[in-house]
Design a protein around this ligand. Structure first.
Ligand SMILES: [Zn+2]
Length: 535
Protein backbone atom coordinates (compact mmCIF):
# COMPACT_ATOMS: atom_id res chain seq x y z
CA UNK A 1 0.00 0.00 0.00
CA UNK A 2 1.37 3.41 -0.87
CA UNK A 3 2.05 6.41 1.33
CA UNK A 4 -0.84 8.64 2.25
CA UNK A 5 -0.34 12.36 2.89
CA UNK A 6 -2.56 14.18 5.35
CA UNK A 7 -2.51 17.42 7.34
CA UNK A 8 -3.50 18.07 10.95
CA UNK A 9 -4.20 21.44 12.51
CA UNK A 10 -4.93 22.82 15.98
CA UNK A 11 -7.84 24.93 17.22
CA UNK A 12 -9.06 27.07 14.31
CA UNK A 13 -11.30 29.36 16.41
CA UNK A 14 -12.95 30.76 13.30
CA UNK A 15 -9.77 31.94 11.54
CA UNK A 16 -10.86 30.34 8.29
CA UNK A 17 -9.18 32.74 5.83
CA UNK A 18 -5.81 32.08 7.38
CA UNK A 19 -6.45 28.35 7.42
CA UNK A 20 -7.56 28.36 3.80
CA UNK A 21 -4.45 30.27 2.75
CA UNK A 22 -2.10 27.90 4.56
CA UNK A 23 -3.82 24.76 3.27
CA UNK A 24 -3.78 26.07 -0.30
CA UNK A 25 -0.07 26.93 -0.08
CA UNK A 26 0.99 23.68 1.54
CA UNK A 27 -1.16 21.66 -0.82
CA UNK A 28 0.29 23.20 -3.96
CA UNK A 29 3.86 23.04 -2.64
CA UNK A 30 3.86 19.56 -1.07
CA UNK A 31 0.51 17.99 -1.90
CA UNK A 32 -1.80 16.69 -2.91
CA UNK A 33 -3.05 15.87 0.60
CA UNK A 34 -5.94 13.45 1.11
CA UNK A 35 -7.58 15.44 3.89
CA UNK A 36 -7.02 17.76 6.85
CA UNK A 37 -8.02 16.80 10.37
CA UNK A 38 -8.82 19.66 12.73
CA UNK A 39 -8.58 19.00 16.46
CA UNK A 40 -9.99 21.38 19.05
CA UNK A 41 -12.42 24.21 18.49
CA UNK A 42 -13.19 24.84 14.81
CA UNK A 43 -15.72 27.67 14.94
CA UNK A 44 -14.98 30.94 16.70
CA UNK A 45 -16.65 33.90 18.46
CA UNK A 46 -17.39 35.81 15.24
CA UNK A 47 -20.78 34.77 13.82
CA UNK A 48 -20.01 36.37 10.44
CA UNK A 49 -16.88 34.29 10.07
CA UNK A 50 -18.73 31.13 11.10
CA UNK A 51 -21.32 31.84 8.44
CA UNK A 52 -18.65 31.56 5.77
CA UNK A 53 -18.45 27.85 6.53
CA UNK A 54 -22.15 27.27 7.11
CA UNK A 55 -23.16 29.08 3.90
CA UNK A 56 -20.31 27.63 1.84
CA UNK A 57 -18.76 31.01 1.08
CA UNK A 58 -15.33 29.53 1.75
CA UNK A 59 -14.32 26.46 -0.24
CA UNK A 60 -11.38 24.38 0.92
CA UNK A 61 -9.24 22.67 -1.75
CA UNK A 62 -8.75 19.61 0.51
CA UNK A 63 -11.59 17.95 2.51
CA UNK A 64 -11.58 18.91 6.21
CA UNK A 65 -12.68 16.65 9.04
CA UNK A 66 -13.72 18.55 12.14
CA UNK A 67 -14.64 17.61 15.71
CA UNK A 68 -17.55 18.88 17.76
CA UNK A 69 -17.64 21.98 19.98
CA UNK A 70 -15.63 22.55 23.17
CA UNK A 71 -17.67 25.45 24.59
CA UNK A 72 -21.36 26.39 24.79
CA UNK A 73 -21.18 29.31 22.36
CA UNK A 74 -20.05 27.35 19.30
CA UNK A 75 -22.65 24.55 19.76
CA UNK A 76 -25.14 26.41 17.59
CA UNK A 77 -22.83 26.15 14.54
CA UNK A 78 -23.11 22.36 14.55
CA UNK A 79 -25.87 20.14 13.20
CA UNK A 80 -27.19 17.38 15.51
CA UNK A 81 -25.77 14.60 13.42
CA UNK A 82 -22.50 14.15 11.55
CA UNK A 83 -22.84 15.94 8.24
CA UNK A 84 -21.14 17.86 5.53
CA UNK A 85 -21.04 21.62 5.09
CA UNK A 86 -20.96 22.89 1.51
CA UNK A 87 -17.44 24.25 2.13
CA UNK A 88 -15.89 20.75 1.83
CA UNK A 89 -15.94 20.49 5.64
CA UNK A 90 -17.27 17.32 7.28
CA UNK A 91 -18.38 17.35 10.89
CA UNK A 92 -17.53 13.85 12.12
CA UNK A 93 -19.87 13.92 15.10
CA UNK A 94 -19.00 13.91 18.79
CA UNK A 95 -17.26 10.56 18.72
CA UNK A 96 -16.83 7.54 16.51
CA UNK A 97 -14.56 5.74 14.12
CA UNK A 98 -13.96 6.00 10.42
CA UNK A 99 -11.89 4.14 7.85
CA UNK A 100 -10.98 6.40 4.95
CA UNK A 101 -10.79 5.41 1.26
CA UNK A 102 -7.00 5.62 1.48
CA UNK A 103 -7.18 2.99 4.24
CA UNK A 104 -6.42 5.05 7.35
CA UNK A 105 -8.41 4.14 10.44
CA UNK A 106 -9.41 7.10 12.61
CA UNK A 107 -11.04 7.23 16.03
CA UNK A 108 -12.19 10.55 17.49
CA UNK A 109 -13.70 12.04 20.61
CA UNK A 110 -14.54 15.70 20.87
CA UNK A 111 -15.34 18.09 23.67
CA UNK A 112 -14.14 18.69 27.19
CA UNK A 113 -14.78 16.32 30.13
CA UNK A 114 -18.24 16.54 31.71
CA UNK A 115 -18.38 17.64 35.38
CA UNK A 116 -19.46 14.21 36.46
CA UNK A 117 -17.69 11.51 34.44
CA UNK A 118 -20.62 9.11 34.74
CA UNK A 119 -23.47 11.54 34.42
CA UNK A 120 -25.18 13.24 31.53
CA UNK A 121 -23.27 15.78 29.51
CA UNK A 122 -23.76 18.88 27.39
CA UNK A 123 -23.15 19.02 23.64
CA UNK A 124 -19.61 20.34 24.19
CA UNK A 125 -18.66 17.64 26.73
CA UNK A 126 -17.92 13.93 26.85
CA UNK A 127 -18.36 11.35 29.63
CA UNK A 128 -17.07 7.87 30.46
CA UNK A 129 -19.78 6.27 28.40
CA UNK A 130 -18.43 7.89 25.23
CA UNK A 131 -15.00 6.48 26.05
CA UNK A 132 -16.51 3.04 26.75
CA UNK A 133 -18.28 3.08 23.40
CA UNK A 134 -15.01 3.69 21.63
CA UNK A 135 -12.94 1.21 23.61
CA UNK A 136 -15.57 -1.56 23.77
CA UNK A 137 -14.89 -3.35 20.48
CA UNK A 138 -11.11 -3.09 20.95
CA UNK A 139 -11.18 -4.48 24.45
CA UNK A 140 -13.16 -7.62 23.53
CA UNK A 141 -11.30 -8.47 20.34
CA UNK A 142 -8.17 -10.57 20.66
CA UNK A 143 -7.10 -9.63 17.13
CA UNK A 144 -7.21 -5.87 17.77
CA UNK A 145 -3.97 -4.13 16.77
CA UNK A 146 -4.61 -0.39 16.90
CA UNK A 147 -5.83 2.60 14.89
CA UNK A 148 -3.80 4.88 12.68
CA UNK A 149 -5.07 8.11 14.17
CA UNK A 150 -6.81 9.21 17.35
CA UNK A 151 -8.20 12.76 17.44
CA UNK A 152 -9.21 14.29 20.76
CA UNK A 153 -9.99 17.88 21.67
CA UNK A 154 -8.22 17.65 25.02
CA UNK A 155 -4.92 16.13 26.14
CA UNK A 156 -4.54 12.83 27.94
CA UNK A 157 -3.37 13.08 31.52
CA UNK A 158 0.38 12.43 32.18
CA UNK A 159 1.28 12.19 28.50
CA UNK A 160 4.73 13.77 29.01
CA UNK A 161 5.74 11.21 31.61
CA UNK A 162 9.00 9.33 30.79
CA UNK A 163 9.63 11.63 27.84
CA UNK A 164 12.96 13.44 27.51
CA UNK A 165 11.23 16.41 25.86
CA UNK A 166 8.56 18.24 27.84
CA UNK A 167 5.87 20.72 26.74
CA UNK A 168 6.82 24.40 27.07
CA UNK A 169 3.54 25.13 28.83
CA UNK A 170 2.13 22.37 31.03
CA UNK A 171 -1.36 21.35 29.93
CA UNK A 172 -3.68 19.57 32.37
CA UNK A 173 -4.91 16.39 30.73
CA UNK A 174 -7.81 14.05 31.31
CA UNK A 175 -7.54 10.50 32.66
CA UNK A 176 -10.33 9.20 30.46
CA UNK A 177 -8.40 10.30 27.38
CA UNK A 178 -5.36 8.43 28.73
CA UNK A 179 -7.56 5.35 29.07
CA UNK A 180 -8.83 5.83 25.53
CA UNK A 181 -5.30 6.07 24.11
CA UNK A 182 -4.21 3.04 26.13
CA UNK A 183 -6.92 0.78 24.75
CA UNK A 184 -7.07 2.11 21.18
CA UNK A 185 -3.26 2.23 20.72
CA UNK A 186 -3.21 4.90 18.02
CA UNK A 187 -0.07 5.27 15.90
CA UNK A 188 -0.67 9.02 16.00
CA UNK A 189 -2.64 10.84 18.67
CA UNK A 190 -3.52 14.44 17.79
CA UNK A 191 -4.92 16.96 20.28
CA UNK A 192 -5.36 20.70 20.55
CA UNK A 193 -5.48 22.97 23.63
CA UNK A 194 -3.42 25.74 22.06
CA UNK A 195 0.03 24.33 22.76
CA UNK A 196 2.48 22.81 20.33
CA UNK A 197 4.14 19.63 21.64
CA UNK A 198 5.51 16.63 19.78
CA UNK A 199 6.24 13.98 22.35
CA UNK A 200 8.88 11.34 21.75
CA UNK A 201 7.20 8.15 20.58
CA UNK A 202 6.12 5.84 23.40
CA UNK A 203 5.93 2.07 23.50
CA UNK A 204 2.60 0.27 23.85
CA UNK A 205 4.22 -2.79 25.40
CA UNK A 206 6.62 -3.36 28.24
CA UNK A 207 10.11 -4.35 27.23
CA UNK A 208 10.71 -8.10 27.57
CA UNK A 209 7.07 -8.63 28.50
CA UNK A 210 4.66 -9.70 25.81
CA UNK A 211 4.98 -9.23 22.08
CA UNK A 212 6.38 -6.01 20.65
CA UNK A 213 3.76 -3.51 19.50
CA UNK A 214 3.86 -0.33 17.50
CA UNK A 215 4.71 3.01 19.09
CA UNK A 216 2.38 6.00 19.59
CA UNK A 217 3.34 9.53 18.62
CA UNK A 218 1.45 12.21 20.52
CA UNK A 219 1.25 15.53 18.66
CA UNK A 220 -0.48 18.62 20.03
CA UNK A 221 -0.91 21.63 17.78
CA UNK A 222 -1.20 25.31 18.66
CA UNK A 223 -4.04 27.63 17.71
CA UNK A 224 -4.28 28.70 14.06
CA UNK A 225 -2.45 32.03 13.60
CA UNK A 226 -1.23 32.24 17.23
CA UNK A 227 0.91 35.26 18.19
CA UNK A 228 3.75 33.14 19.60
CA UNK A 229 4.15 31.60 16.15
CA UNK A 230 3.96 28.11 17.60
CA UNK A 231 3.44 25.34 15.07
CA UNK A 232 -0.24 24.81 14.27
CA UNK A 233 -0.11 22.67 11.17
CA UNK A 234 1.48 19.24 10.84
CA UNK A 235 2.01 17.30 7.64
CA UNK A 236 2.11 13.53 7.81
CA UNK A 237 3.01 10.96 5.19
CA UNK A 238 2.34 7.40 6.26
CA UNK A 239 1.19 3.99 5.20
CA UNK A 240 -2.09 2.72 6.68
CA UNK A 241 -1.65 0.18 9.46
CA UNK A 242 -3.63 -2.49 7.62
CA UNK A 243 -1.14 -2.50 4.73
CA UNK A 244 1.99 -2.75 6.90
CA UNK A 245 4.01 -5.85 7.63
CA UNK A 246 4.49 -6.70 11.29
CA UNK A 247 8.16 -5.71 11.13
CA UNK A 248 7.29 -2.32 9.68
CA UNK A 249 4.59 -1.82 12.24
CA UNK A 250 6.55 -2.67 15.39
CA UNK A 251 9.77 -0.89 14.39
CA UNK A 252 10.93 1.11 17.44
CA UNK A 253 12.40 4.47 16.41
CA UNK A 254 15.35 5.91 18.36
CA UNK A 255 14.33 7.86 21.51
CA UNK A 256 11.27 5.69 22.02
CA UNK A 257 10.23 6.02 25.64
CA UNK A 258 8.33 3.93 28.12
CA UNK A 259 4.51 3.85 28.18
CA UNK A 260 3.35 6.96 30.11
CA UNK A 261 -0.09 6.04 31.42
CA UNK A 262 0.47 2.89 33.47
CA UNK A 263 0.57 4.46 36.94
CA UNK A 264 -2.43 6.71 36.64
CA UNK A 265 -4.52 3.93 35.14
CA UNK A 266 -3.61 1.57 37.93
CA UNK A 267 -4.54 4.22 40.47
CA UNK A 268 -7.82 4.88 38.71
CA UNK A 269 -8.51 1.16 38.64
CA UNK A 270 -7.84 0.81 42.37
CA UNK A 271 -10.09 3.77 43.10
CA UNK A 272 -12.85 2.26 41.03
CA UNK A 273 -12.49 -1.10 42.76
CA UNK A 274 -12.76 0.57 46.16
CA UNK A 275 -15.88 2.42 45.06
CA UNK A 276 -17.34 -0.79 43.73
CA UNK A 277 -16.50 -2.66 46.92
CA UNK A 278 -18.28 0.07 48.91
CA UNK A 279 -21.35 -0.29 46.73
CA UNK A 280 -21.06 -4.07 46.89
CA UNK A 281 -21.11 -4.71 43.17
CA UNK A 282 -18.64 -5.81 40.59
CA UNK A 283 -17.86 -3.46 37.78
CA UNK A 284 -14.76 -2.96 35.70
CA UNK A 285 -13.40 0.43 34.95
CA UNK A 286 -10.07 -0.53 33.57
CA UNK A 287 -8.35 -3.80 34.10
CA UNK A 288 -5.03 -4.39 32.42
CA UNK A 289 -4.83 -8.06 33.30
CA UNK A 290 -8.22 -9.57 33.98
CA UNK A 291 -9.39 -11.52 30.96
CA UNK A 292 -13.09 -12.00 30.55
CA UNK A 293 -14.49 -15.45 31.15
CA UNK A 294 -15.68 -17.24 28.06
CA UNK A 295 -19.33 -16.82 29.04
CA UNK A 296 -18.88 -13.11 29.64
CA UNK A 297 -17.21 -12.74 26.30
CA UNK A 298 -19.86 -14.75 24.50
CA UNK A 299 -22.62 -12.78 26.12
CA UNK A 300 -20.96 -9.52 25.19
CA UNK A 301 -20.39 -10.68 21.63
CA UNK A 302 -23.96 -11.91 21.39
CA UNK A 303 -25.17 -8.46 22.33
CA UNK A 304 -23.03 -6.95 19.61
CA UNK A 305 -24.26 -9.28 16.93
CA UNK A 306 -25.50 -7.64 13.79
CA UNK A 307 -24.98 -4.28 15.40
CA UNK A 308 -25.27 -2.55 12.05
CA UNK A 309 -28.98 -3.34 11.77
CA UNK A 310 -29.92 -2.43 15.29
CA UNK A 311 -30.31 1.25 14.76
CA UNK A 312 -30.23 3.96 17.37
CA UNK A 313 -29.57 1.81 20.41
CA UNK A 314 -26.30 0.54 18.99
CA UNK A 315 -22.92 2.05 19.47
CA UNK A 316 -20.61 2.92 16.64
CA UNK A 317 -18.45 -0.04 15.78
CA UNK A 318 -14.71 0.19 15.57
CA UNK A 319 -12.56 -0.48 12.57
CA UNK A 320 -11.80 -3.93 13.96
CA UNK A 321 -13.43 -7.21 12.93
CA UNK A 322 -17.18 -6.98 13.35
CA UNK A 323 -20.09 -9.31 12.67
CA UNK A 324 -20.02 -8.47 8.98
CA UNK A 325 -16.28 -8.89 8.54
CA UNK A 326 -15.58 -12.26 6.94
CA UNK A 327 -12.31 -12.44 8.87
CA UNK A 328 -14.28 -12.52 12.11
CA UNK A 329 -14.32 -16.17 13.12
CA UNK A 330 -17.64 -15.68 14.83
CA UNK A 331 -19.42 -14.12 11.86
CA UNK A 332 -22.46 -16.19 10.96
CA UNK A 333 -21.08 -17.79 7.84
CA UNK A 334 -24.09 -20.03 7.28
CA UNK A 335 -25.94 -16.98 5.97
CA UNK A 336 -23.53 -16.62 3.04
CA UNK A 337 -24.79 -17.34 -0.46
CA UNK A 338 -21.71 -16.47 -2.54
CA UNK A 339 -18.18 -15.21 -1.92
CA UNK A 340 -16.33 -13.10 -4.50
CA UNK A 341 -12.86 -11.56 -4.34
CA UNK A 342 -13.75 -8.33 -2.52
CA UNK A 343 -17.41 -8.78 -1.59
CA UNK A 344 -19.83 -11.46 -0.55
CA UNK A 345 -23.53 -12.10 -0.85
CA UNK A 346 -25.56 -13.08 2.21
CA UNK A 347 -29.12 -13.39 3.40
CA UNK A 348 -30.24 -10.95 6.11
CA UNK A 349 -31.63 -12.48 9.29
CA UNK A 350 -35.01 -10.88 8.87
CA UNK A 351 -35.53 -10.84 5.08
CA UNK A 352 -38.39 -8.87 3.52
CA UNK A 353 -39.01 -11.68 1.03
CA UNK A 354 -37.66 -15.16 0.46
CA UNK A 355 -35.09 -13.80 -2.00
CA UNK A 356 -33.93 -10.67 -0.13
CA UNK A 357 -30.14 -10.59 -0.19
CA UNK A 358 -27.35 -8.19 0.66
CA UNK A 359 -23.88 -7.54 -0.71
CA UNK A 360 -21.14 -6.69 1.79
CA UNK A 361 -17.45 -5.92 1.44
CA UNK A 362 -15.30 -8.77 2.78
CA UNK A 363 -13.08 -6.32 4.66
CA UNK A 364 -14.25 -3.74 7.16
CA UNK A 365 -15.38 -0.90 4.91
CA UNK A 366 -17.88 1.58 6.22
CA UNK A 367 -19.67 2.57 3.04
CA UNK A 368 -19.52 2.63 -0.75
CA UNK A 369 -18.17 6.17 -0.48
CA UNK A 370 -15.25 4.81 1.54
CA UNK A 371 -14.81 1.72 -0.68
CA UNK A 372 -12.03 1.13 -3.18
CA UNK A 373 -12.56 0.87 -6.93
CA UNK A 374 -12.25 -2.95 -6.75
CA UNK A 375 -15.00 -3.23 -4.14
CA UNK A 376 -17.30 -0.95 -6.12
CA UNK A 377 -16.68 -2.95 -9.28
CA UNK A 378 -17.56 -6.19 -7.60
CA UNK A 379 -20.74 -4.73 -6.15
CA UNK A 380 -21.63 -3.89 -9.77
CA UNK A 381 -20.97 -7.50 -10.77
CA UNK A 382 -23.29 -8.76 -8.05
CA UNK A 383 -25.80 -6.19 -9.08
CA UNK A 384 -25.73 -7.44 -12.69
CA UNK A 385 -26.01 -11.06 -11.56
CA UNK A 386 -28.90 -10.25 -9.22
CA UNK A 387 -30.71 -8.26 -11.91
CA UNK A 388 -30.84 -11.46 -13.99
CA UNK A 389 -31.62 -13.57 -10.94
CA UNK A 390 -34.65 -11.46 -10.05
CA UNK A 391 -35.68 -11.09 -13.68
CA UNK A 392 -35.99 -14.87 -13.90
CA UNK A 393 -38.43 -14.61 -10.97
CA UNK A 394 -40.54 -11.89 -12.59
CA UNK A 395 -39.02 -9.21 -10.37
CA UNK A 396 -36.80 -6.14 -10.67
CA UNK A 397 -33.92 -5.19 -8.42
CA UNK A 398 -34.10 -2.37 -5.89
CA UNK A 399 -30.81 -1.68 -4.16
CA UNK A 400 -30.26 0.58 -1.17
CA UNK A 401 -27.52 1.51 1.25
CA UNK A 402 -27.83 3.31 4.56
CA UNK A 403 -24.54 4.73 5.80
CA UNK A 404 -25.92 5.88 9.11
CA UNK A 405 -25.38 4.18 12.46
CA UNK A 406 -23.60 1.34 10.70
CA UNK A 407 -19.96 0.35 10.83
CA UNK A 408 -19.77 -2.07 7.92
CA UNK A 409 -21.36 -1.35 4.56
CA UNK A 410 -24.42 -3.45 3.67
CA UNK A 411 -26.08 -3.04 0.31
CA UNK A 412 -29.61 -4.38 0.42
CA UNK A 413 -30.78 -6.19 -2.71
CA UNK A 414 -34.51 -6.73 -3.01
CA UNK A 415 -36.63 -8.05 -5.86
CA UNK A 416 -39.88 -6.16 -6.39
CA UNK A 417 -42.66 -7.62 -8.60
CA UNK A 418 -42.52 -6.00 -12.03
CA UNK A 419 -46.19 -5.03 -11.96
CA UNK A 420 -45.60 -2.76 -8.97
CA UNK A 421 -42.71 -0.78 -10.46
CA UNK A 422 -44.80 2.21 -11.43
CA UNK A 423 -45.40 3.22 -7.86
CA UNK A 424 -41.81 2.66 -6.73
CA UNK A 425 -40.33 6.08 -7.32
CA UNK A 426 -43.28 7.98 -5.90
CA UNK A 427 -43.36 5.64 -2.90
CA UNK A 428 -39.79 6.62 -1.99
CA UNK A 429 -40.29 10.32 -2.66
CA UNK A 430 -43.60 10.51 -0.81
CA UNK A 431 -42.30 8.30 1.98
CA UNK A 432 -39.43 10.73 2.56
CA UNK A 433 -41.73 13.71 2.46
CA UNK A 434 -44.00 12.12 5.02
CA UNK A 435 -41.00 11.67 7.32
CA UNK A 436 -39.93 15.28 6.92
CA UNK A 437 -36.89 14.99 4.67
CA UNK A 438 -36.22 15.16 0.98
CA UNK A 439 -34.62 12.67 -1.41
CA UNK A 440 -32.62 14.24 -4.24
CA UNK A 441 -32.28 12.69 -7.67
CA UNK A 442 -28.71 12.09 -8.78
CA UNK A 443 -27.64 13.06 -12.29
CA UNK A 444 -27.18 10.17 -14.69
CA UNK A 445 -23.37 10.26 -14.66
CA UNK A 446 -23.12 10.91 -10.91
CA UNK A 447 -22.41 8.34 -8.24
CA UNK A 448 -23.11 8.77 -4.57
CA UNK A 449 -19.34 9.07 -3.93
CA UNK A 450 -19.19 12.08 -6.25
CA UNK A 451 -21.57 14.03 -4.07
CA UNK A 452 -20.89 12.83 -0.53
CA UNK A 453 -17.63 13.17 1.40
CA UNK A 454 -16.25 10.21 3.26
CA UNK A 455 -17.39 9.95 6.84
CA UNK A 456 -20.61 11.74 6.07
CA UNK A 457 -23.75 9.66 6.60
CA UNK A 458 -26.19 9.17 3.77
CA UNK A 459 -28.98 7.01 2.40
CA UNK A 460 -29.14 6.07 -1.27
CA UNK A 461 -31.44 3.88 -3.33
CA UNK A 462 -31.15 2.67 -6.94
CA UNK A 463 -34.43 1.90 -8.70
CA UNK A 464 -34.88 -0.48 -11.67
CA UNK A 465 -35.59 2.42 -14.07
CA UNK A 466 -32.12 3.82 -13.37
CA UNK A 467 -33.28 6.55 -11.00
CA UNK A 468 -30.97 7.07 -8.05
CA UNK A 469 -32.26 8.88 -5.01
CA UNK A 470 -30.21 9.99 -2.06
CA UNK A 471 -30.07 12.19 1.00
CA UNK A 472 -27.37 13.22 3.42
CA UNK A 473 -29.69 15.06 5.77
CA UNK A 474 -29.92 12.43 8.44
CA UNK A 475 -31.55 14.50 11.16
CA UNK A 476 -34.50 12.42 12.39
CA UNK A 477 -33.82 9.88 9.65
CA UNK A 478 -36.01 6.80 10.28
CA UNK A 479 -33.59 3.93 10.63
CA UNK A 480 -35.80 1.43 8.76
CA UNK A 481 -36.72 3.85 5.98
CA UNK A 482 -35.78 1.64 2.98
CA UNK A 483 -37.64 -1.36 4.42
CA UNK A 484 -40.57 0.78 5.43
CA UNK A 485 -41.14 1.98 1.86
CA UNK A 486 -40.71 -1.45 0.28
CA UNK A 487 -43.07 -3.16 2.71
CA UNK A 488 -45.86 -0.74 1.70
CA UNK A 489 -49.22 -2.10 0.46
CA UNK A 490 -48.54 -1.27 -3.20
CA UNK A 491 -45.13 -2.97 -3.15
CA UNK A 492 -44.29 -6.03 -1.04
CA UNK A 493 -47.26 -5.53 1.26
CA UNK A 494 -45.73 -6.86 4.46
CA UNK A 495 -45.67 -3.97 6.89
CA UNK A 496 -45.13 -6.33 9.81
CA UNK A 497 -41.56 -6.75 8.54
CA UNK A 498 -40.43 -3.11 8.79
CA UNK A 499 -38.15 -3.90 11.72
CA UNK A 500 -35.97 -6.90 10.86
CA UNK A 501 -36.02 -8.06 14.48
CA UNK A 502 -39.78 -8.58 14.26
CA UNK A 503 -39.34 -11.11 11.46
CA UNK A 504 -36.09 -12.83 12.32
CA UNK A 505 -36.45 -16.43 11.25
CA UNK A 506 -35.45 -19.42 13.39
CA UNK A 507 -31.91 -20.54 12.64
CA UNK A 508 -32.90 -23.81 10.92
CA UNK A 509 -35.24 -21.96 8.59
CA UNK A 510 -32.53 -19.42 7.81
CA UNK A 511 -30.10 -22.21 6.97
CA UNK A 512 -32.62 -24.02 4.76
CA UNK A 513 -33.47 -20.84 2.87
CA UNK A 514 -29.82 -19.95 2.34
CA UNK A 515 -29.24 -23.41 0.91
CA UNK A 516 -32.12 -22.96 -1.50
CA UNK A 517 -30.98 -19.46 -2.51
CA UNK A 518 -27.38 -20.61 -3.04
CA UNK A 519 -28.61 -23.29 -5.40
CA UNK A 520 -30.84 -20.91 -7.33
CA UNK A 521 -28.23 -18.16 -7.50
CA UNK A 522 -25.49 -20.48 -8.70
CA UNK A 523 -26.16 -20.13 -12.40
CA UNK A 524 -25.94 -16.34 -12.12
CA UNK A 525 -22.87 -16.35 -9.91
CA UNK A 526 -19.70 -15.01 -11.54
CA UNK A 527 -17.63 -16.13 -8.57
CA UNK A 528 -18.10 -19.85 -9.25
CA UNK A 529 -17.47 -22.03 -12.22
CA UNK A 530 -20.95 -22.97 -13.37
CA UNK A 531 -19.80 -26.07 -15.33
CA UNK A 532 -20.23 -28.28 -12.31
CA UNK A 533 -23.88 -27.33 -11.98
CA UNK A 534 -25.34 -30.63 -13.13
CA UNK A 535 -28.99 -30.05 -12.31
ZN1 LIG B 1 -16.73 -5.22 9.52
Amino acid sequence: MSQVKILACGDVNGRFDLLLKRISNVNSANGPFEFVICVGEFFGPDAKENDKIISGEIQFPVPLYILGPCCPSTCRCYPDQPSEFTSNVTYLGKSGTLTTACGLSIAYLSGIPAKSANGSCNAFEFNSEAVDNLTGPASVSSSYVGVDILMTSVWPSHVARHSANQPVTPVPGNEEISRLATVLKPRYHFAGMGVHYEREPYRNHEVLQGAAQHVTRFVSLATVGNKQKQKWMYALSTQPLKGMTRDQLVAQPPLTSEFPYKDILLKAYERKQQDTAKKGGAQFFYDMDAPMTEEEEQERNRKRRYSGERGPVEKKTSSQPCWFCLSNVEAEKFLIVSVGTHCYLAMPKGPLAEDHLMVLPIGHIQSMVAASEEVREEVEKYRDALTLFYDARGKSLVMFERNFKTGHSQIQMIGVPKDSLRSLRSSFLNGAQAKGFELSILDKEQQVWDVVNEGCPYFSVDLPDGTRLFTRHMKNFPIHFGREVLTGPQLLDCEEKIDWRECEMPKEEQAALVKKLSKEFKKFDFSTDSDDDSD
